[in-house]
Unconditional design. Structure first.
Length: 254
């Protein structure tokens, strides 16, 4: 039985189970997040060896007894230090059917460790994937879009209907595949840059000038230099202009 406190919706549709594994192509070590009863885990174990799986629910551990190709770690993935056997992981990949309640937080956690994470494939709530994949000028484009797309090349697949899960959720899902961009094409992963982007989108209906509360008197001049309107909103600014905006306003190099 799925336990609601963990937001569990087990993927039971064999087509989508196979699809998520087929999309996964780890170049090095990897982990599964939330193996649950092992539907994806068993498919992964047929193709790969020596991987780990993070499971938060002790009651599900019995589904993974006597497995040789992987090891289950009983812990909350969000508390992991990105080390295995005391060594930091490198070029690491992740896969999973993520709980709706923690999916966004998990993706953001990967961005914080972008130097270690190279690839992931996740099943997520459709709304979350739409926000991540959104283009500038659309309602869904926000800080989440900028932060993820600034680090990864992304693709989405689906939608995945509620009937593919047990219990069936009240929303649709989508698959998200991401590959880390080359270093020279990635945006900053510094806390300062993240905070700047988040503050710009904090009041999406306001102009950028008002959202930033007039902290940058040179904002209008810089916007004009970048070919943007002085009264533009954050959602109207293309992805590739955000680093230039940050540098121009904060005088900080990325």
């Amino acid at each position: 039985m799925a336990r609601q406190k963990y937001g569990q919706n087990f993927l039971v549709d064999h087509h989508w189970q196979k699809k998520i594994v087929d999309l996964f192509d780890p170049p090095n070590g990897f982990a599964e997040i939330g193996p649950g009863k092992g539907a994806l885990t068993r498919l992964l174990a047929e193709r790969f060896k020596n991987f780990v799986a993070f499971e938060i629910d002790r009651s599900l551990l019995s589904h993974h007894d006597h497995q040789k190709n992987y090891k289950v770690l009983l812990m909350d993935f969000l508390k992991w230090d990105f080390c295995l056997n005391t060594k930091p992981v490198e070029n690491f990949s992740l896969i999973g059917n993520l709980p709706y309640e923690s999916g966004s937080a998990i993706v953001l956690r990967l961005i914080e460790h972008i130097d270690q994470v190279v690839h992931f494939v996740f099943m997520l709530q459709k709304e979350v994937v739409d926000r991540i994949c959104a283009s500038h000028g659309t309602r869904d484009f926000g800080s989440f879009s900028v932060l993820v797309q600034g680090q990864f090349d992304i693709e989405s697949f689906g939608p995945v209907p509620p009937g593919a899960f047990r219990p069936a959720p009240k929303v649709q899902s989508r698959l998200l595949r991401a590959r880390r961009k080359l270093k020279e094409k990635r945006q900053s992963s510094s806390p300062e840059y993240f905070d700047f982007v988040r503050s710009a989108f904090q009041h999406k209906r306001k102009t950028l000038k008002n959202a930033l509360k007039g902290r940058y008197p040179e904002l209008e001049v810089l916007l004009k230099k970048l070919g943007l309107k002085s009264n533009c909103r954050a959602e109207e600014i293309p992805l590739d202009l955000w680093p230039q905006l940050f540098i121009g306003l904060t005088r900080r190099e990325l």
